[in-house]
Design a protein around this ligand. Structure first.
Ligand code: AP5
Length: 226
């Protein structure tokens, strides 16, 4: 199963991608997570992307495509993957087409999660992430049981620097200019499925599961979690 998850910042791409990854046993590849890990490690990629992430702008296509190519070359991607946050530009979408063609593979579905901008700002200003395991919470809608600590591993929860309201608004503008055309790209290719992202996590997960079961049935469904 080869999937891409599209949608504005805060649409819940990461939340839903991690459920699909567990259920279908395919790796969840978030380019945002890859870049944040590189910044934390302080490696060459991290130094090159840091300013883009902090300001809410896009990392240049050439670098993103190179990083993604390396990741898809790893053994765990042989049976599929769910890409979260890639492609972000039409140029990246074309590069992915070429990459898949070279691998003799095709994309099964592009899932588009649509969310009004004001809901995105509210969601993201309340997002909290676990420093240890990366679990994702929302102070109002998906709170952790103990304030400031992760339910899974008791790690410390923190707020992403680019989740400040002004930076979120900038990310939304970048999304409209650069990434909205990618939705049209996949709509024209007839591989797009639309989802309204302003429902509950469980309702959306149910709709996504139903849509994907029709493509490739999951062999052994896993427990639902954050
Ligand atoms: P990235 O990390 O990909 O950020 P994003 O696309 O802006 O997406 P988010 O992580 O903000 O939102 P999401 O849709 O995954 O929602 P989530 O599930 O977390 O990218 C960060 C940066 O990296 C970019 O700005 C750019 O600089 C760079 N970058 C990355 N990829 C790139 C690329 N391909 N090209 C160029 N640059 C790139 O949910 C959000 C919150 O809402 C959470 O708190 C969650 O708990 C909550 N929530 C989720 N679902 C629901 C629901 N149904 N109801 C209520 N709350 C919900």
């Amino acid at each position: 199963m080869r999937l891409i998850f599209l949608g504005p910042p805060g649409a819940g791409k990461g939340t839903q991608a991690s459920k699909v990854s567990e259920r279908w046993r395919i790796p969840h590849i978030s380019t945002g997570d890859v870049f944040r890990a590189a910044v934390k490690e302080g490696n060459d990629v991290g130094r090159r992307v840091k300013g883009h992430l902090e300001g809410g702008g896009l990392v240049p296509d050439e670098l993103v495509v190179e990083v993604l190519k390396q990741r898809l070359g790893q053994a765990d991607c042989a049976n599929g993957f769910v890409l979260d946050g890639f492609p972000r530009t039409v140029e990246q979408a074309r590069a992915l087409d070429e990459l898949l063609q070279d691998r003799g593979e095709t994309l099964d579905r592009a899932l588009y999660f649509d969310l009004p901008g004001e809901v995105a700002v509210e969601r993201l200003s309340g997002r909290r992430m676990c420093r240890s395991c990366g679990a994702n919470y929302q102070v109002k809608y998906i709170p952790s049981k103990k304030e400031g600590r992760c339910d899974r591993c008791d790690g410390e929860l923190y707020q992403r620097q680019d989740d400040q309201p002004e930076t979120v608004r900038h990310r939304l503008r970048v999304y409209v200019e650069e990434t909205a055309p990618v939705v049209d790209y996949y709509r024209k290719a007839q591989s797009l499925r639309d989802f309204r992202a302003d429902a509950s996590v469980e309702e959306i997960a149910e709709q996504v599961s139903r849509a994907l079961e029709a493509v490739v049935p999951a062999n052994r469904p896993q427990e639902e979690g954050h």
